[in-house]
Design a protein around this ligand. Structure first.
Ligand code: FAQ
Length: 324
């Protein structure tokens, strides 16, 4: 029979658990050396590795335009941006590694098609205006989502996000500026810019994840101070940032129902197509297969680099041993 004393013994937190709970309650940081619950570690590896994969796969839609950028200046800027995304992936894989998951394991999961990455990178980039729309809308959504992550309770993740957000702000402005230039151009250029905004607007809103009542991870991630705002709160914040910027650009956001409710301060909007979102998550978006195949090919093509680096490291270690 279970006595009240037994129940106390079962529910009483251990000193480690108490220390973890106290750090979270004080809005302090958890560092790799600290004890943490397995579920906290697991959700961080899940979110950080998905984020890293997104940065790496996210290089592809824009890399598509490096050889066709309309001027040398635009090409140099685009190359720098795509390289920044590679850097973001590397900081994030490093942050995930501090939780004990080897990078190879994360890469294997991605190329085997078992890991998630952001839905947004499964859409095509048929015109130059897509570079503007990605910068303005995709990097804009990324900033809204990621600025609060600079305060994430896990130290290495929060610190990586600080640098990433600085770079994303530059990316967002360069996208805005591409669209502005097109909107000040010919009728055909204006139409191209509007068409890109029409195609990227809804997928950008989906970047924030499912609605709050269908988001299984949000409540716990918010209790652990990983996420600071819910998916719907961030989506609202994003739209309120876009509306005045769209006016400056002279583009129309493709939602006839979009309007500010003065009383609640919230934007009313049309229903997001969650069927499309779920299809993309299930691997059936317009570009899922191509993105993954490209990543697999790059991994195979780079095998000799990894082997050469490992051999170089082995020789250096052997030389140090002889010298010691
Ligand atoms: N795509 O319970 P929740 C960039 C999944 S920015 C795919 O709400 P959570 C910069 C979610 O993982 C893009 N999957 O999940 C750039 C979960 O699945 P799981 C990357 C999605 O974690 C710009 C399930 O649905 N940014 O790369 C998506 O609390 C230009 C249930 O969802 C980040 O990753 C989606 N859109 O909230 C690069 C930011 N949404 O794991 C290149 C960090 C949800 O249970 C060019 N991540 N899912 O199987 C986060 O803030 C969160 O993880 C959310 C999702 C908000 C994405």
């Amino acid at each position: 029979m279970t006595t009240p004393a037994d129940l106390t013994a079962v529910t009483e937190p251990s000193p480690d658990e108490r220390q973890f709970d106290d750090l979270i309650a004080a809005d302090s940081r958890i560092e790799p050396r600290d004890w943490m619950p397995d579920a906290y570690r697991k959700t961080l590896v899940r979110q950080i590795s998905q984020h890293a994969h997104s940065e790496i796969i996210g290089m592809q839609p824009e890399a598509n335009w490096i050889t066709r950028a309309p001027s040398l200046k635009r090409k140099a800027i685009l190359m720098a941006k795509v390289q920044d995304e590679a850097g973001h992936g590397l900081y994030l894989y490093s942050a995930a590694q501090t939780l004990g998951t080897p990078r190879d394991e994360m890469t294997e999961a991605l190329i085997a098609g078992k890991a998630r990455y952001s839905s947004i990178f499964n859409y095509p980039t048929p015109t130059w205006a897509d570079m503007g729309a990605i910068g303005w809308l995709v990097d804009g959504a990324a900033i809204c989502n990621q600025v609060p992550l600079c305060r994430a309770s896990y130290g290495p993740y929060g610190r990586a996000m600080v640098r990433i957000c600085k770079e994303e702000s530059f990316h967002q402005r360069q996208g805005f500026e591409i669209l502005l230039e097109l909107m000040r151009g010919t009728d055909a250029q204006r139409a191209m810019a509007q068409d890109a905004v029409d195609r990227w607007y809804w997928p950008a809103l989906q970047m924030f994840g499912p609605p709050d009542d269908a988001s299984p991870n949000s409540a716990q991630s918010m209790a652990w101070n990983i996420k600071r705002f819910s998916n719907d709160e961030l989506r609202q914040r994003f739209v309120s940032m876009l509306v005045p910027q769209a006016e400056v650009l002279g583009v129309t956001l493709p939602d006839p129902k979009l309007r500010l409710d003065e009383e609640t301060g919230q934007y009313e909007m049309s229903e997001i197509d969650w069927t499309e979102f779920n299809e993309v998550l299930a691997g059936r978006g317009p570009m899922n297969a191509q993105r993954l195949q490209r990543r697999r090919d790059a991994h195979e093509d780079g095998a000799w680099v990894r082997e050469a680096a490992a051999e170089y490291a082995r020789k250096q270690a052997a030389a140090r041993e002889v010298a010691a």
